[in-house]
Design a protein around this ligand. Structure first.
Ligand SMILES: C[S@@+](CC[C@H](N)C(=O)[O-])C[C@H]1O[C@@H](n2cnc3c(N)ncnc32)[C@H](O)[C@@H]1O
Length: 215
């Protein structure tokens, strides 16, 4: 009987380095070097990084929320913002640790404002500001842990507003993200609409895509 084998293109070297970051400084240095080629590296067919477009489409599905103010946290080069803007969202603010990634995001023209910010700390945004917070690709190895980031997203989201975020599947439990979501739910701060495992880089890895509604 004939057999077929599927050969994946090699892992992207910069992505492997990103997942190996040990500190904020490692992240800053890696993304400073990677910003210019990030989109080509990840969005091309060999890496199949579909998560930004998947989450943008999911957010746009909440059409009345998507007409409001959106924070794209860990916006990087702006793939999520581009997806949101293509679907008609007009009020998108981006925040990221890396000035070089933010420069690429600016070129998309999708964002109302872009700011440097560190999601491992309290963020400089007032309570109850956004209708939607998106965060894609930033809850991954070597980047941002669940606390305080998830609680901060809840704080800056309006009542009944939504948080849509990816958490790389392999660290959903081990990294404490599931436990933090459960804690926020038990405290009566959010309802969990879903946390399903979905394609992240299609054919390569999956992420839990969480959709939380602020109470
Ligand atoms: C894999 S990229 C994802 C970017 C974009 N959301 C996307 O899906 O293409 C991860 C991003 O997280 C940002 N990042 C890493 N650590 C961060 C931190 N402590 N605070 C804010 N952003 C951070 C990086 O600068 C980078 O732009």
């Amino acid at each position: 009987m004939a057999t077929t084998t599927t050969t994946l293109a090699p892992e992207n070297v910069s992505l492997a380095k990103a997942r190996g970051c040990q500190s904020r400084e490692d992240c800053l240095s890696l993304y400073a070097q990677w910003a210019a080629t990030y989109n080509v590296d990840l969005a091309d067919a060999s890496q199949n990084y579909i998560a930004p477009f998947l989450v943008a489409d999911m957010a746009l599905g909440f059409s009345s929320h998507a007409k409001g103010a959106i924070l794209d946290a860990g916006c990087g080069t702006g793939l999520v913002g581009e997806g949101l803007a293509r679907g008609g969202a007009t009020t998108i603010d981006g925040l990221d640790l890396s000035p070089e990634m933010l420069k690429m995001a600016e070129r998309t023209g999708a964002y109302r404002s872009l700011a440097v910010g560190d999601l491992t700390q309290r963020i400089a945004i007032a309570n109850d500001t956004y209708d939607i917070v998106t965060c894609v690709g930033t809850f991954t190895q070597g980047h941002v842990g669940p606390d305080p980031a998830l609680g901060e997203f809840v704080r800056v989201t309006k009542k009944d507003g939504l948080i849509l975020a990816t958490v790389l599947g392999e660290i959903w439990k081990s990294g404490g993200y599931e436990a933090e979501v459960k804690r926020l739910e038990a405290e009566g701060l959010i309802d969990v609409i879903s946390a399903d495992l979905k394609d992240y880089r299609a054919g390569r890895d999956k992420a839990n895509v969480i959709i939380l509604r602020k109470r």
